[in-house]
Design a binder for this molecule. Structure first.
Ligand SMILES: Cc1cc2nc3c(=O)[nH]c(=O)nc-3n(C[C@H](O)[C@H](O)[C@H](O)COP(=O)(O)OP(=O)(O)OC[C@H]3O[C@@H](n4cnc5c(N)ncnc54)[C@H](O)[C@@H]3O)c2cc1C
Length: 391
């Protein structure tokens, strides 16, 4: 079963070729592979490493550190194609996009040499932990702390919903350090190895069947060396935003890929399933919702492409606005596309065999994480429209 074919909008030839190569590779594995791995509790390691060997995972990272020297638009195109082929590689949002971008932009030379080549070839996976149960969407309220003790930092706190920790060798943890002069807490990022003493995890049972699992993390007096701090202790929020724009652009691309996959499945079914004289796709009750999704999908793709182009051009501020809108639009179209695909399949849409019902939850994730639909609407209301803040 194939995903719907897209007409690229003024993308460079190299990116079009990249898309085709990724679609071929991911298509070899496809939805059946992901569903099998999820059902048997296995990971997508084989696919992940093959993507890494072909240079697809590190396409955005600098060449001198093992990457492809491309941009976020290339990495997002890779993820969109993989997801459209039925392989939505969630950890691409985290390891090469968030962690890779932060280390490439804010890390020391040593940190770049140590982490980036293996993030790029996929042999190392780095998770990202910001969310805390008591803070939720209000990440200014996080209470994980890092305190300097001689040559080390000591981390204490808890994180929740952190993806892929069982596959990761390290987690980039958002923590807070205390300003020596003012006593104020400031965000700071630390690479914490998953085998560090005092670091433990507990899986969160989720209703969605996927190879990637979510975890609660416990950091109890976890000691990391001074050079585990990525970026400047006084660098402020921009270091975090070096990762959050990529996170949103990738969220937009991932959900567009999911929508393409669902739409492709629905169109194929609508062309072949016949219960009256004509295939069901001849009925406008089936055709129009599919056409509407196609339009919404093209809108959402333009948004992440614009956000990525702005980010790659170094305009972080404008990229932020469009990355948020792209993430919103992608989440909406993934939900709509999957819902329409289930409806098009009738009863088959809810069977395990057709694998679409599970996609409903996977698509729903795009409205909640990494930033919720409501928080994006808040952002757009305040920053794009200049409306007052309510919280
Ligand atoms: C499958 C999955 C994977 C994830 N992976 C990671 C990960 O790898 N790393 C990580 O750090 N986090 C991860 N997360 C966490 C994710 O980023 C959070 O779930 C998300 O940011 C929302 O936070 P919350 O769940 O605490 O919801 P809450 O903040 O409790 O919000 C609950 C509801 O209230 C709404 N709300 C809250 N405040 C406002 C407001 N001011 N105005 C209007 N509405 C508001 C929200 O939009 C939401 O609908 C993951 C989550 C899931 C489900």
């Amino acid at each position: 079963m194939s995903a719907i074919t897209m007409t690229p909008f003024s993308e460079p030839e190299e990116r079009v070729a990249l898309r085709e190569a990724v679609a071929r590779l991911a298509g070899k594995y496809g939805h059946d592979y992901i569903a099998r791995q999820a059902a048997s509790g296995e990971k997508t390691t084989e696919l992940w490493l093959e993507m890494g060997r072909h240079g697809f995972l590190g396409v955005n990272l600098p060449e001198e550190y093992g990457g492809g020297g491309g941009g976020m638009a290339d990495l997002a195109a890779v993820l969109e194609e993989a997801a459209a082929a039925g392989a939505p590689l969630l950890m691409m949002v985290v390891s090469p996009a968030i962690c890779g971008s932060i280390i490439a932009r804010c890390g020391t030379e040593d940190q770049k040499r140590r982490w980036l080549p293996s993030i790029a070839d996929g042999t190392l996976l780095m998770a990202f932990g910001i969310t805390e149960a008591d803070a939720g969407s209000n990440s200014h309220q996080i209470s994980t702390t890092a305190t300097r003790d001689g040559d080390e930092w000591v981390l204490n706190g808890q994180k929740t919903f952190i993806s892929g920790v069982d596959e990761a060798q390290a987690v980039l943890v958002v923590s807070r350090t205390q300003d020596a002069k003012t006593g104020k807490l400031k965000p700071a990022l630390f690479v914490v190895p998953t085998d560090a003493a005092g670091f433990s995890k507990q899986v969160i049972p989720m209703a969605w069947s996927a190879p990637e699992k979510q975890f609660t993390l416990f950091l109890d007096d976890v000691r990391v060396p001074a050079d585990a701090l990525v970026g400047d202790e006084d660098g402020g929020l921009w270091q975090l935003f070096a990762g959050l724009n990529p996170e949103r652009i990738m969220g937009g691309a991932l959900t567009c890929g999911q929508a393409r996959y669902a739409l492709g499945r629905a169109v194929e079914y609508a062309k072949t399933r016949t219960v009256w004289k004509e295939p069901i796709g001849a009925h406008q009750g089936i055709a129009h919702p599919l056409a509407k999704v196609k339009i919404e999908l093209e809108q959402a793709r333009l948004l992440w492409q614009k956000a990525a182009a702005l980010y790659d051009a170094g305009d972080d501020f404008a990229a932020g606005e469009f990355a948020n809108m792209a993430k919103y639009a992608g989440g909406e179209v993934a939900c709509n596309a999957t819902d329409v695909a289930v409806q098009t399949h009738g009863g088959n849409g809810l069977t395990v065999e057709y694998g679409l019902a599970n996609q409903l939850i996977a698509a729903r994730l795009g409205r909640i994480a990494p930033v919720s639909r409501e928080m994006i609407l808040n952002f757009v209301a305040m920053h794009s429209l200049g409306l007052p803040k309510s919280y």
